[in-house]
Design a protein around this ligand. Structure first.
Ligand SMILES: [Cu+2]
Length: 163
């Protein structure tokens, strides 16, 4: 009985809401959605395919390593060609380090900030000035437009401790 009443009342309540000015609270939410919501709602971009068996990995440092700054980081790549950013050759891309952060959205260009480091000149090595403490690193290949491939070509996450 209660369910039946709700079934009738709910559509009525929704109808009654139509045409009425939104409450202040609702208007505020509509006018200013949180940044995360905007990011989720943003339509994705096409992703370029990666061939089967393509992979990236850290040649150094090793997972769990205790290191001193600057930390020499070397990237391995197999099954794809290294190209500069902007070069759209098939099955190619450039390296990115995700530093102390999770995976980004896979259908948008990887952003550039202290946690998302691009190697758009085709570099395979970097010396990172990391603060003492624990850090996570992950490699993620991006195409000419910095968009991860489909499926993504990424390393496992490694953790290093800077003394
Ligand atoms: Cu990039």
């Amino acid at each position: 009985m209660i369910q039946r009443t709700l079934a009738i009342l709910l559509p009525l309540a929704l109808l009654a809401g139509c045409g009425r000015p939104a409450t202040d609270e609702a208007a505020e939410v509509a006018a200013d959605p949180p940044a995360a919501e905007i990011a989720r709602a943003q339509p994705g971009l096409p992703r370029k395919p990666s061939p089967e068996g393509a992979r990236v990995w850290f040649i150094s440092p090793a997972d769990g390593a205790e290191v001193t700054a600057p930390v020499v980081v070397e990237f391995g790549l197999e099954g794809m060609e290294l190209r500069h950013a902007g070069d759209a050759a098939e099955h190619s891309g450039h390296h990115h380090i995700l530093l102390n952060t999770g995976l980004p959205r896979m259908d948008l260009p990887i952003i550039t900030d202290d946690s998302h480091i691009h190697f758009g000149l085709g570099q395979t090595r970097v010396e990172l000035q990391l603060e003492p403490g624990s850090h996570t690193l992950q490699l993620l290949l991006g195409d000419d437009l910095h968009i991860p491939h489909d499926p993504p070509v990424m390393s496992s996450v490694i953790r290093v401790t800077v003394k």
